[in-house]
Design a binder for this molecule. Structure first.
Ligand code: UTP
Length: 239
């Protein structure tokens, strides 16, 4: 089974903590030991936010801020690589073809950000499409996808599952509100819709949640299920 795991920066590195990074490396290694072929994408977290806020105060333009964010995601990717065993590719992939080549060699490619104007959510979808993944798991600080922003609406309701097109509709108004945080960014939602990639959005505070979701499909987050897609065969075998 081919799985791409997107580890949000707020999950992997809200601040730098070796134990947290080691716990995620352990989860990735367990999935690999269970026979999964894995690719990983890592976000920027608190360090990225500090750099971006500081550069904004210094008058940096948005592309400069994005480049700082990208640099930080790649540093975080290196942190995860440092914690992973020799199955990981030795450096963050600089492009999807490089990541795919590592994946085909049996290594675990780890990526950070790629280009300004997006987040690592979109990188994760592009990697999932490049390696023809059966599943994309977003380990985020949100515990799923809600109909409206749960930070602003007490009556927000979490979806157990929705289609990629519905995900785009849900994320679109959230991404217009300054300061509001969509569970995955709009470009990522559109790419999931275009490629028809089965995805899960879950609370990634506990890395075990990613292992359970990938191996058995059990989790308390939200499934994004493209029309006509079937469950990965592995889930039926495991249950
Ligand atoms: P993240 O993917 O961590 O963004 O990239 P985020 O979703 O805002 O952060 P969390 O997970 O909620 O903490 C950090 C920043 O790096 C830049 C963007 O500025 C982004 O906000 N970035 C990242 C890019 O410009 N392009 C990329 O491909 C990735």
């Amino acid at each position: 089974m081919r799985v791409v795991v997107s580890i949000g920066g707020s999950v992997l590195a809200p601040e730098l903590d070796p134990e947290r990074v080691a716990a995620y490396a352990d989860a990735v290694e367990r999935l690999a030991a269970e026979g999964c072929e894995i690719g990983v994408v890592v976000g920027g977290g608190g360090v990225a936010r500090e750099y971006i806020t500081t550069a904004r105060e210094l008058g940096g333009d948005e592309v400069e801020l994005d480049e700082l964010g990208i640099g930080t995601t790649r540093l975080n990717a290196r942190l995860l690589i440092a914690a992973l065993d020799e199955t990981a590719a030795p450096a963050p992939a600089r492009g999807y073809d490089e990541a795919t080549t590592a994946f085909r060699r049996g290594e675990v490619p780890v990526m950070g950000g790629m280009s300004p104007g997006q987040t690592t959510d979109a990188v994760a979808v592009a990697l999932a499409e490049s390696v023809d993944a059966d599943l994309l798991v977003f380990a985020t600080s949100a515990d799923g996808v809600y109909d409206v922003d749960p930070n602003r609406h007490d009556d927000a309701t979490r979806f157990e599952s929705l289609s990629p097109a519905e995900l785009v509709d849900v994320v679109l108004p959230m991404s217009r509100d300054a300061g509001s945080s969509a569970p995955v960014d709009l470009l990522a939602a559109k790419l999931i819709d275009r490629a028809g990639i089965r995805s899960i959005v879950l609370d990634g505070t506990d890395p075990d949640a990613v292992v359970d979701a990938a191996l058995r499909g059990t989790h308390t987050g939200t499934n994004v299920i493209p029309e006509g897609s079937t469950e990965p065969a592995r889930w039926t075998e495991e249950r």
